[in-house]
Design a protein around this ligand. Structure first.
Ligand code: BGC
Ligand code: NOJ
Length: 817
């Protein structure tokens, strides 16, 4: 069942009912100021850090689930309602929500009044603009009152929901003209405040939550709105809110627009005050001034749209499959940009207070956005690398505001360092910027202890070699990619966090996954050594990679598939010998992507085993059979009921590894079948089962052993976005950035006849037309660049900033005698 439709021309998803199976959200903001907004107007805003600089309050795990946002209430002669349906839930005569790239437009109509709320964060602006357009669609004169509403968060979102003995006393506001200023804690150490304004004189206001709602009312029945009378309350402690009241008289057919701005301001210490106790409002007024008119909104929205057009134009496919086109051209890269901005911090499944930027996560996310914002990818790499330890190990996470490693979580996830090589290599392949390797980068954020980025990569590489276990495979440490396979945790105390507990020193448990990752990314490190003229280092690294490959074949293969790990006792995990958890997806993906066992025929066996044992109609489960009880030696993975999360859920993040592995074997039909099983646009028709947004990936879909098979959770912030983008754009459609040019090597379903990819690469535009006259999956018969045949399959960097026509014919290459 569908709840909306894709409007590809406008790059929007259009939602037809407020009662979607779960709140379907969107993100506003591209740089520093961000908002989350659902299809019913729920959500919140923050500046840079969802924990430390939260502007508006949001209650996670609320009842109902999505209650709280920037709401606009209509009071219409005794009747009152909200155009996004929530929170009042009065029946609407019409409803539509359009989520676009960086903006959301919600329209509701009732009893002859139509209200549209258009929300976006303008480029380079530290605030949200909400343009509210009210139309009288009746044939009577309408006299309505519009009440805006936001509830302020007292900045630190964690403190805000825990430290009530203090924070019910600190709230402070100022009201001047049509602007409500939130200045809690500004009197002391903060130099920032928030404001909520409207570009028209107001007829009343409220800033005290209790006065606005009534102590015993919810957001569905605020007493100010139900009575139609603002109380002009001034908050003092308790919970500051901002509500404007505007009386509007509209003739039949008349329409009027109001610009609301929810903004954030920082003042220099010397400029904090206008007069004692009165905040300096000049910067806020300047921001408000920028959105004085309807034209201001129009222009700014057009700029935002142009910005997205530019970003998305870097890679565009034209194929026979509209679902493929919309995923590749619009929604998948959009989700990649959101993960770039948010990492795993703030979504409807991540509270914004728990997790910062993951070392592993951010490097993988980079694979999906480096082509869109290479300069920002560069900065991200250097930020990530700065949190690395001298040993080559790494903090698992760092805070976006401070860019410092997170001590509470610490390090010890032994796959982490290698992802830095993966991320850096992707950046250099995209940009050709080898100079990044010479940047001086701190260890543990200490500016007095630095080394080149290349040295950091070397430490990453050797961190694996210096931490090998009894079989010569990499030690797993606290965990590898699978955060829940905690082989040194041994926790039997209820409140001990799995993610930070390591009760065993851990010099025996080994990971075949890290071995696969090492062999996969090792060649990148070797190539970078060569490019730097370090021939001996390259040879030495090559020897390590060769050994790891051999060790993996010897100790990492279990007859039909790759093993997952050896536990603390040296027992196999992910083996036929196990009763549960006999086969895991991760090593099958990464070992085959690394080319391990391909020529021996073992890779093919492994992927066939994945198909037999792990594949379901909704995607590939992480392992099988699921763990039916808690295993002390395995940790969190066995804490989940069967079929959920890492315990045999369909982890969408590593499904693309299998797609990519299939392309290594040339099996394009399989690769694409797997792609279309989990790509959200293909699941739109089963939105009632899938439940999360049909335009973005979720981290997990409940697996075949779960009670609620096929149901997704944790949409938006997941490495799934980046990896699926890589799988489809590089492995399947086959346009791969490489050090010296664009490699072309598609692996597609045999019955595809043709497709075209337009790729902007290092300033040039390549229009690559691929045709498939022999109906094969993989192999190139010929390539012509601007009419001339080229040798091999790498399109050179031309560098003239022009557009170049490329004709690729798939087929078996005919050798010229
Ligand atoms: C989840 C993992 C996640 C980890 C992060 C675990 O509870 O199952 O998917 O990576 O928490 O902290
Ligand atoms: C989510 C985490 O963000 C990611 O780092 C991890 O690899 C997966 N879960 C699997 O546990």
């Amino acid at each position: 069942m569908k709840y909306g439709h894709f409007d590809d021309a406008r790059k929007e998803y259009v939602i037809h009912t407020p009662q979607t199976p779960y709140p379907w959200i969107n993100y506003l903001g591209n740089e520093k100021f961000f908002g989350l907004i659902s299809n019913t107007g729920g959500g919140y805003a923050f500046y840079r850090d969802a924990r430390l600089r939260r502007l508006t309050r949001y209650r996670y795990n609320n009842i109902p689930v999505d209650n709280g946002g920037r709401y606009f209430y209509v009071y219409d002669e005794g009747d009152y309602w909200t155009p996004g349906w929530m929170p009042v839930k009065k029946e609407l005569d019409a409803y539509e929500c359009r989520h676009g790239l960086g903006y959301t437009s919600i329209t509701g109509e009732r009893h002859g009044v139509k209200v549209n709320q258009l929300a976006f964060v303008p480029l380079g602006y530290n605030g949200e603009v909400h343009q509210v357009t009210v139309t009288n669609t009746s044939d009577q004169v309408k006299r309505i009152k519009l009440f805006s509403f936001v509830e302020f968060c007292l900045w630190n979102a964690y403190d805000d929901m825990t430290n009530f003995q203090r924070n019910l006393n600190t709230g402070e506001v100022e009201i001047q003209d049509s602007v409500i200023y939130h200045k809690t804690e500004y009197r002391e150490r903060r130099n920032h405040y928030a404001f909520f304004s409207v570009n028209r004189p107001i007829d009343g206001f409220d800033t005290d939550r209790e006065s606005f709602l009534g102590l015993y009312n919810g957001l569905d029945t605020p007493q100010v709105v139900t009575s139609g009378e603002p109380s002009n309350s001034v908050a003092s402690g308790w919970s500051p809110v901002a509500s404007h009241c505007l009386e509007l008289t509209l003739q039949p057919g008349e329409q009027t627009s109001l610009n609301f701005v929810l903004g954030y301001v920082e003042n220099e210490e010397a400029d904090k005050w206008e007069s004692p106790g009165i905040i300096n409002k000049a910067p806020a007024l300047a921001m408000i001034e920028q959105f004085a008119t309807e034209e201001d909104v129009e222009r700014s929205l057009a700029e935002l749209k142009a910005y997205w057009e530019r970003l998305l134009s870097t890679y565009a496919v034209a194929s026979h499959d509209e679902k493929l086109n919309r995923m590749v051209n619009i929604w998948n890269p959009y989700q990649c940009m959101v993960t770039f901005n948010m990492s795993r911090s703030a979504s409807y499944f991540e509270s914004g207070i728990g997790r910062g930027m993951g070392f592993r996560d951010s490097n993988q996310d980079l694979l999906g956005f480096v082509h869109q914002v290479p300069e920002r990818a560069r900065e991200r790499i250097l930020d990530i690398a700065s949190t690395q330890f001298e040993s080559g190990g790494a903090y698992h996470q760092y805070q976006p505001l401070t860019k410092k490693g997170n001590h509470e979580v610490g390090g010890g996830f032994n796959d982490d360092p290698l992802w830095l090589i993966v991320g850096t290599a992707a950046y250099i392949k995209e940009t050709g910027d080898f100079a990044i390797l010479d940047e001086q980068v701190p260890f543990d954020c200490n500016p007095d202890n630095t080394a080149t980025l290349f040295e950091h990569l070397k430490r990453s590489f050797y961190h694996v070699i210096e931490n090998l276990g009894p079989h010569g495979l990499p030690l797993i440490g606290r965990a590898d990619w699978n955060d829940c396979l905690n082989l040194n945790c041994f926790s039997n105390i209820p409140d001990e966090p799995y993610q930070t507990t390591q009760n065993i020193e851990g010099r025996t448990a080994e990971s075949v996954f890290i071995a696969g990752l090492f062999v996969y990314t090792g060649p990148d490190f070797i190539e970078l050594c060569r490019r730097k003229g370090l021939t001996e280092e390259a040879a030495e690294a090559q020897a390590h990679v060769d050994t790891m490959r051999a060790v993996t074949l010897e100790h990492g293969f279990d007859g039909e598939w790759f093993l997952r790990a050896y536990d603390h006792y040296g027992q196999k995990i992910g083996s036929q010998e196990n009763e549960e958890g006999q086969i895991f997806i991760e090593p099958q993906g990464f070992c085959v992507m690394a080319g391990i066992g391909v020529k021996e025929g073992l890779a093919e066996k492994a992927l066939n085993a994945v198909q037999d044992r792990l594949e379901t109609p909704y995607g590939i489960v992480l392992q099988n059979p699921p763990y039916s009880k808690y295993y002390l030696n395995l940790g969190e993975i066995s804490s989940y009921p069967p079929g959920y999360k890492e315990n045999a859920g369909i982890f969408c993040h590593n499904n693309p590894w299998i797609m990519m592995a299939e392309t290594v074997l040339g099996r394009g039909d399989r690769a694409f079948e797997l792609y279309s099983k989990i790509a959200p646009a293909y699941l739109e028709d089963i939105s009632d089962v899938h439940r999360t947004e049909p335009y973005v990936y979720a981290q997990m879909i409940a697996g075949k052993d779960a009670v609620r098979q096929g149901e997704a959770k944790n949409s938006w912030l997941t490495g799934t976005a980046a990896w699926n983008f890589v799988a489809i754009t590089q492995s399947i459609l086959g346009i791969q950035p490489d050090y010296d040019g664009l490699r072309v090597d598609p692996c597609i379903p045999a019955d595809w006849t043709d497709f075209t990819v337009t790729r902007v690469f290092r300033g040039d535009t390549y229009v690559i037309r691929v045709s498939n006259p022999q109906q094969i999956s993989k192999g190139i018969a010929s390539i012509q660049l601007d009419g001339t045949a080229i040798d091999g399959n790498v399109l050179p960097v031309i560098g003239d900033g022009g557009t170049h026509q490329v004709e690729v014919v798939l087929g078996v290459k005919v050798a010229l005698v």
